[in-house]
Write a protein that binds this ligand. Structure first.
Ligand SMILES: [Zn+2]
Length: 50
């Protein structure tokens, strides 16, 4: 859960710096999972990496 939280923070920080993955695609840094929205990405972190 701590790892997922850190990944989520890192991704949100990247978004603030305008270096978000193009086309709103969120790529997981722990596996090759790709989400089409931040909500789906957060759900992936919770269910796959909690
Ligand atoms: Zn993942």
């Amino acid at each position: 859960m701590a790892l997922a939280y850190e990944l989520r923070c890192a991704r949100e920080d990247a978004r603030r710096r305008n270096i978000r993955t193009p086309l709103g695609v969120w790529a997981c840094e722990s596996c090759r999972h790709v989400s089409l929205s931040l909500t789906a990405f957060n759900s992936h972190l919770v269910f796959a990496h909690a």
